[in-house]
Design a binder for this molecule. Structure first.
Ligand code: C2E
Ligand code: MG
Ligand code: MG
Ligand code: MG
Length: 282
């Protein structure tokens, strides 16, 4: 025990450790001011409906623009969650995403990622309602993406909030399906509208039969539960062909488009990029 403490004390003062902690502290301090300094941005990645043969939705993805550099959510969302800052940042995301989407065609929805931490705050339902009311966006045009880790901390209050949101017409998607510990049992605990199959299953789709068998099974599961399925991380025509053949409802990935800046969405929908999307999907 004493030995372990000595070792961890030693590690604490190692230079790399110090640098990592310094970096973390800098991010934490910066995050506290990021909203008031107007440094948060949303980018939007299209989801293409395969039956509709068009863009049905855009997922809002958060970026932090700090001193001209773009920081990825993987680098700051976990810290924002630990510090609780994700509550105010997440509210900003909701309001901004709804406001932007209100300017899109009526048949295009917006998807927003929610952190489990936002559910611990009692006010989530009211925040969503207020974001919808302020923007004039119909609840039917909003999708909320949650991960399995949310339901890990499953309690009545979380489920009640989800049910209330759904009763308003908001769609609830399970994000990154297949990466958590008990994906299947979560499908039993809540009637999700959509299952998003994690992109790790897309990676070797052309090489191995295993991932294809899993994707096939998840799509079948979705169909029998009345949930639509989205394949994340579709990068190649081969992957698209494979998931389409299995009856996947929707696809998202670099094959169609990377996440786009807010101002590029309208052009994407009406312009040449859209024709490319449809060509890729056909
Ligand atoms: P996610 O919700 O699963 O989002 C999909 C991620 O996959 C995005 O990464 C997207 O850029 C990336 N992606 C899309 N298509 C492809 C592809 O074809 N190939 C590859 N390699 N990647 C692709 P991003 O934007 O870096 O976001 C990472 C994660 O950060 C998100 O995963 C989500 O969990 C989280 N996140 C992003 N925005 C928010 C937010 O506003 N709130 C919260 N709580 N989390 C967020
Ligand atoms: Mg997502
Ligand atoms: Mg995802
Ligand atoms: Mg994912």
């Amino acid at each position: 025990r004493a030995k372990m403490e000595a070792r961890s004390a030693f590690r604490f003062f190692e230079p790399e450790m110090d640098a990592a902690m310094q970096k973390r502290r800098t991010i934490e301090a910066g995050l506290r001011q990021a909203l008031e300094r107007d440094e948060m941005r949303l980018v939007f990645q299209p989801l293409v409906g395969l039956a509709e043969n068009r863009v049905t939705c855009f997922e809002a993805l958060l970026r932090w623009e700090l001193d001209g550099q773009i920081i990825s959510p993987a680098d700051f969302v976990p810290i924002a969650e630990e510090t609780g800052l994700i509550v105010s940042i997440g509210e900003w995301v909701l309001r901004r995403a709804c406001a932007v989407a209100a300017g899109w065609p009526e048949d295009v929805r917006v998807a927003v990622n929610l952190s489990p931490v936002q559910f611990k705050n009692r006010g989530l339902f009211d925040i969503v309602q207020s974001a919808l009311a302020a923007s004039g966006l119909s609840p039917r045009r909003l999708e909320l993406e949650i991960t399995e880790s949310l339901l890990l901390a499953e309690n009545d209050q979380t489920l009640e909030t989800l049910h209330r949101l759904r009763a308003e017409g908001v769609r609830i998607s399970m994000d990154d399906f297949g990466t958590g510990y008990s994906s299947l049992s979560y499908l039993r605990s809540f009637p999700f509208d959509k299952i998003k199959i994690d992109r790790s299953f897309m990676r070797d789709l052309s090489k191995t039969g295993g991932d294809l068998a899993i994707i096939k099974a998840v799509i079948g599961l979705g169909q029998s539960l009345g949930m639509s399925t989205t394949a994340e991380g579709v990068e190649t025509q081969e992957q698209l062909d494979a998931v389409r053949e299995q009856g996947c409802s929707e696809v998202q990935g670099f094959l169609f488009s990377p996440p786009l800046p807010e101002g590029a969405v309208a052009a994407f929908l009406s312009g040449q990029a859209d024709e490319e999307t449809l060509r890729a999907a056909s």
